[in-house]
Design a protein around this ligand. Structure first.
Ligand SMILES: *Cc1c(COP(=O)(O)O)cnc(C)c1O
Length: 412
């Protein structure tokens, strides 16, 4: 009989756009004893998690709860709930995750219209608004922070225009929530999806979502039709029931409501982790947390620029939590990544689609976003690039980052 080795993962410095390092307090919370799903203690935990999610999403929505599954499950739950076959959906695409929205919307039977802009850029909001007036969709679905290109799309004007035109507005804020402001109510977002394993820094496995009454009306109208049919009434079918059982938001919200109608069995240990992660995040404070992400971005960027490494993309719309570097000519990007991992135990990310082999992506998210990691990475990257024969001003990267930290400490 085979005896498999005991699990002993290496201690990595993770500087990717997710999954990122996790606060030991979250890992500890995930090892606590199991509670039954209808135990009043567990109910209390669910309620507190919802209250914390409302603060995180900056919303007064009643509905703010996690969907069980990775962030993609939240996206799929929201789109599956808000799109009925034949609905018109507009998806503005500026990177890989825009294509994911299209793919899911198509599976929901939507008539999808897309507009695309060059990767490395975002949309002028007016372009999206004009297209929305032209297409007259039921729903506009769009990404807030594109991890594939390291860009962030301003959403407030688009949200306001959608609200004025009575169009639903759904946003993938998986990469930004907890690291960059996401103002659900102020930006008129009807449904928003977050991710745990990025700036919230909780392991992958849940997708916090929030939606308002406009979104809920759409969801419940579909449910009503189904109930009518079940009871054998001769009701005219004017809607389609949500095709997924697991991701049916009308059932999930009943489960998260005071009625606690059983749907699935809540992921006990994941919820402990999310609860602790949110508690830590809110104790730090949203504003302080956003400022921390900006500080380490500034230090990282200063270091990379001092090393004369060109950054990818339009700096005016740079996503603070993802920094993309153009791989210098003659350098094998994968070999550099492999040496960083093997020699320094640091992981940075490669890239997808048209950018494959062209850029590296460095994440500064959540618990991974700290001075130790930034300085460690800059020093290691310099050593690895020198080892690969690249000529660069030795020592300059770490010094430039230290200058940024010194400057901020003087200010503080
Ligand atoms: C990471 C990411 C996703 C997918 O998240 P999973 O947890 O892997 O399902 C979706 N959208 C964006 C913008 C992301 O960065």
């Amino acid at each position: 009989m085979n005896v498999f080795p005991e699990l002993s993962p290496s201690l990595r410095t993770i500087m990717t756009p997710g999954p990122v390092e996790v606060d030991p307090r979250v890992l500890r919370a995930m090892s606590y004893p199991i509670l039954g799903q209808f135990d009043p203690e567990f109910t209390n935990l669910m309620n507190n998690t919802m209250a914390m999610l409302r603060q995180l999403f900056q919303t007064s929505n009643q509905w703010a709860y996690p969907v069980d599954g990775t962030s993609r499950s939240g996206i799929e739950a929201v789109l599956t709930a808000l799109i009925e076959p034949g609905d018109r959906v507009l998806v503005p695409i500026y990177g890989r995750f825009g294509h994911l929205l299209v793919e899911i919307a198509e599976r929901c039977g939507a008539e999808v219209s897309i507009i695309e802009t060059t990767w490395g850029e975002v949309f002028d909001p007016q372009t999206v608004i004009d297209e929305m007036h032209k297409v007259k969709p039921h729903l506009v679905a769009m990404v807030h922070g594109e991890t594939s290109t390291g860009r962030v799309q301003p959403l407030a004007d688009i949200g306001r225009a959608c609200r004025e035109a009575d169009v639903l507005f759904a946003v993938d804020a998986v990469a930004t929530i907890g690291g960059v402001p996401v103002e659900t109510d102020a930006w008129f977002i009807d449904a928003v999806i977050g991710g745990t394993q990025k700036c919230i820094s909780v392991p992958s496995g849940m997708a916090p979502i929030s939606y308002n009454e406009r979104a809920e009306r759409k969801i419940l109208s579909r449910k009503r039709v189904e109930r009518g049919l079940r009871s054998g009434q001769q009701e005219k079918v004017e809607g389609f029931r949500i095709q997924s059982n697991y991701l049916d938001l009308s059932q999930l919200q009943d489960y998260w409501s005071p009625a606690r109608l059983n749907h699935h069995t809540e992921m006990t240990s994941m919820l402990y982790g999310l609860h602790e992660g949110l508690r830590i995040l809110l104790a730090e404070g949203l504003e302080a947390r956003f400022a921390r992400h900006l500080l380490h971005e500034e230090a990282l960027v200063a270091g990379l620029q001092a090393m004369e490494l060109p950054l990818y993309g339009n700096p005016a719309c740079k996503l603070p939590v993802v920094t993309c570097i153009e791989i210098p000519d003659g350098i094998d990007g994968e070999s550099v990544r492999a040496m960083l991992l093997e020699r320094f135990s640091i992981e940075i990310a490669s890239s997808f689609g048209p950018l494959k082999g062209k850029i590296w992506r460095i994440g500064t998210m959540g618990y991974s976003c700290n001075r130790k990691n930034v300085l460690h990475l800059l020093g290691a990257l310099e050593a690895v690039l020198l080892r690969h024969g690249l000529k660069l001003p030795a020592g300059a990267g770490v010094q430039a980052a230290l200058d940024v930290y010194d400057k901020h400490e003087r200010i503080a």
